[in-house]
Design a protein around this ligand. Sequence first.
Ligand code: SF4
Length: 83
Amino acid sequence: MTAQHRVWIDQDLCTGDGICVQEARDVFEFDIDGLAYVKNADGELLTATAAQTDVPAGALVEVVEAARLRGVDEEDLGVEIGF
Ligand code: SF4
């Protein structure tokens, strides 16, 4: 059994630089306010502040890479992925 990972964005901290959208388009997308939000499994943008979504298994590497590029400490990610 594979552990399910969830992800969310704190829009108060989002600078709109687009790294998450660039790295994991199936999970993150900009809204018209220029901030990033997560999408659900149907690709629907979840525009509630800090809405959470499950990370599709096929997108986990991209989500982790986006977090790394934004400077998130690997220990804070809660996952280990070999590249
Ligand atoms: S990586 Fe995404 S959520 Fe983080 S600051 Fe950039 S656009 Fe915002």
